[in-house]
Ligand binder design. Sequence first.
Ligand SMILES: [Zn+2]
Length: 278
Amino acid sequence: MNGTVVDFPAGVVHGTGTVVDVVPVGEKVGVITDRTPFHPVDPSWPDQPADSGTLDGLTVVDCLVGAVDPDGGVAVDTAITARRGDEGYQWVVVHVVDGPSPTVGSIVDLQVDAPRRSALSRAHTGCHVSALALNAVVADLWRKEVPLDGIGNPDFDRIALTSSRMTPDEARDTYRLGKSLRKKGFDSAALLERLEELPGLVEAKVGQWVAADASVDIETAGPHLTDLRYWCCHVPEGTYRIACGGTHVTALRELGQLHVRYERPDDATLVAVTTVGG
Ligand SMILES: [Zn+2]
């Protein structure tokens, strides 16, 4: 079996695919096709949830990643033990349906829930621009040299991010502010003193990029699920480039109104909640 060819990085929401295998997923059926517009949730970094939609009219209740071993056995989602790049493995999209399984070799119609996909794409792009604007507005709080982002600010987002979760039109990014970050040279206390001003500063920075009509594109190293992909955003200061397997809008003006607020679930954690649309 070859790895699945994926069309979601180009923003595609509809297509057809040939069924290459059908596997059990719990009580349900996992349908693997040669190509698909469906975005599966990534088991190792589940930031953007699976697309929903239909497969030949059947409801796709979940969409997962599968790893096919050299003998043709398929491990799904968190049962996967192989790593990307392991010799002999192929990586596939598994459409989980609740209903009669289509036969191997048949051609099926694949329709993603387009409004939900659009809202997840807005959330994902909003997540990245909110984070990059945060990099810019806390750039003066680093006391040591650390890796920089695409336009030369210390990359707080990459260094401090511990989890990221998107829902339609909202992203929640969790950052660690504790001892390990302070050891890297970040002045967490100064950030907390600035906490009330942060939303306004971040929204103003994003506003400048929207006013400049910043565009977004996805660079891909190949057509398959596990080929490397990069989110590229072209702002007046330069180009941001982030490794990313999700879906996105093509210009920041499509985000609508972006708002951000910061929550403190505990002393060592900052959660950025970015909402878009509206
Ligand atoms: Zn991303």
